[in-house]
Design a binder for this molecule. Structure first.
Ligand SMILES: [Zn+2]
Length: 288
């Protein structure tokens, strides 16, 4: 657990998956990326999917950032991506913290790719005819441009969106939209970083207060291995934009001491960078 101002921050691994190593590192050759990776016989690397829990007891806020791959996977599809979800991991951690599913006040949906927010919904019936929200009492936050993009994705990224994951969010009032980075957040002490490199309008929260700030880096910097600016994913819609966004984040690391929490690193939940270095060098890993 990391304390930042009034927030208690926990990073929970809600599952693992395996994605093609080449796709995860774009133009970086395998001879460079394989050293640090667990690679299987299909050239897939091990990735975690993580949820950030941010508790602010003073504000009465129980906030989740991303929900993982979720509970709705048919075995053959799960096998393709090596998806091994632990959909109860977050709820178990909430229970350890003295909380229940119904206590979750806010879910920040960074983006709707299946590895980030399949866990927003579960099948509502044995026939799998429709879904329901896993956190029924929570406000679900998303950037409006991302919601629009998810309904008409590009040929490149449409396989990352599964309608079954967010049909239940179509209900009027289910979503709380952000339209500008200045817009309000679930509580005091959170600001937004909006990213357009990986997908359209990925919504990344920054937590402020003593000990911070801390950003959930989303798919701008999915793992610690992606820290070097040109190490971006082949999945990105606009790789050059991702690179500029990473540079903007590192400028804030130098200026404000911004800390990083990763969504996909199987071993490292987050890091603090060397403040004086002109490239991203890990000063220490964070206990999250
Ligand atoms: Zn991802």
């Amino acid at each position: 657990m990391l304390r930042i101002g009034d927030f208690e921050i926990h990073s929970v691994i809600n599952g693992t998956m395996r994605l093609d190593g080449g796709a995860m590192f774009g133009v970086v050759p395998k001879v460079l990326w394989q050293r640090k990776q667990d690679v299987d016989e299909l050239n897939r690397i091990l990735l975690a999917t993580r949820t950030l829990i941010a508790l602010n007891r003073r504000a009465g806020a129980v906030i989740l950032v991303d929900t993982g791959t979720g509970s709705k996977w048919p075995a053959d599809e799960a096998d393709r991506y090596g998806i091994a979800p632990s959909p109860v991991a977050v709820d178990d951690r909430l229970r350890d913290l003295g909380l229940q599913v119904a206590d979750v006040t806010d879910v920040i949906v960074t983006h709707l790719h299946f590895d980030h927010n399949g866990g927003v919904t579960d099948w509502a019936d044995a026939e799998k005819s429709h879904t329901r929200l896993h956190y029924p009492k929570a406000r679900h936050w998303m950037h409006r441009r991302h919601w629009e993009h998810a309904h008409r994705p590009t040929l490149k990224d449409r396989a990352s969106f599964l309608a079954r994951d967010y049909a239940a969010l179509e209900a009027p009032g289910a979503l709380t939209f952000i339209e500008r980075k200045e817009d309000r957040a679930p509580c005091e002490g959170i600001s937004w970083f909006v990213s357009d490199g990986h997908t359209r309008a990925q919504l990344l929260p920054v937590f402020h207060g003593d000990g911070g700030p801390l950003i959930f880096t989303g798919d701008v910097i999915p793992t610690a291995a992606h820290l070097p600016v040109p190490w971006v994913m082949a999945y990105d819609l606009e790789p050059l934009v991702t690179m500029r966004e990473k540079e903007a984040i590192y400028a804030r690391c130098r200026r404000e001491g911004l800390k990083l929490a990763f969504p996909h690193d199987p071993h490292i939940a987050g890091v603090e960078l060397e403040p004086g270095a002109d490239k991203p060098i890990i000063a220490r890993t964070l206990e999250l």
